[in-house]
Design a protein around this ligand. Sequence first.
Ligand code: MRU
Length: 362
Amino acid sequence: MSSTEPLRSTSPTGDVPPSFSLDQRTVDWVEHPSRPAVELIDQTALPDVERLLRLETVEDVVDAIQRLAVRGAPAIGVAGGLGVALAVRTLAEPGAAISALRDARPTAVNLARAVDRVAAFVHAGPDAVLAEALAIRDEEIASSDSMAAYGVDLFAEICGPQPRVLTHCNTGGLATVTGGTALGVVFALHRIGRLGGVVASETRPLLQGARLTTWELARAGVPFRLAVDGAGPYLIARGEIDAVIIGADRICANGDVVNKIGSYAHALGAARAGIPFIVVAPESTVDLATLSGADVEIEDRSDAEVVGFKSARSAPDGVTTANPAFDVTPSDLVTAVVTDRRVVRFAAGQTWDDVPLGPLRS
Ligand code: MRU
């Protein structure tokens, strides 16, 4: 496991560190003298303001998940698990609060899965519940290292020596506690001098690519360009991209990949140009109980997200919107899924059964 720093590394009562270090956990449990809390980097404030949110009630955790103050499949799983620990510590009857956490967002399987896993320890008492929630946090940290190792090897095999990659949404430490899924592989390629360039796709409507991925790439010293979402397939067609690399919110039994809206367009562009489309996600995002993407509840979000950003309006009053937060990329467009335990080549006809779980790597 990589050495990571607790999120609150300054004073225990304390004040927000002036800026976050690269290794800092982006979501964490903090045992204050009087009150326990879940703390996390407020992703809605980035990149302008670096601030921590201290969440002392389950309602606060649910709210933070729903308004994307914490987001990204593994990170919301960890927040949900820690939320259960908070429920058990602060409420005499935690059942309803645990259900609210589980239902806070529907699409990423990590959330319901983590909440269920931690809730299974409620009968064993608060310490056991917290231990399980912290175990999920630590597993996601270890998974990030392992995905990076598997991903670097896959890139060496199929993408040439200096691949120029396109990535979508935010899949770095903000989405995973530390490290990252797809962006973790990008960071690792950069560290070993095997990255030819990065295009970050801005990710309308909430701009996770423009606001968060660029913030993480800049802090890691990785050169990049930012592009509007619609430019991705054309940049691929123009020969400026050698591979697309994204994360996932849920990967189904048949290999369909559910990820941030816009992923499918990049997959179509990659298929048309014959370049690899690589998905990186931990096994905690693999959902063998869901047969295909058609069986996944895709979160629809508000009109307000589409008709403007922050206080700037970009459409007339009263327009009706379509705002699915995720899409489904069919498995035949997915060159490979890299997890923390294996690489499955769906476009080549492999299935999960063809590739048994391997070791966690670091
Ligand atoms: O709505 P978000 O920002 O939570 O969506 C996140 C994504 O779609 C990520 O690409 C996905 O969770 C994989 S990142 C680990």
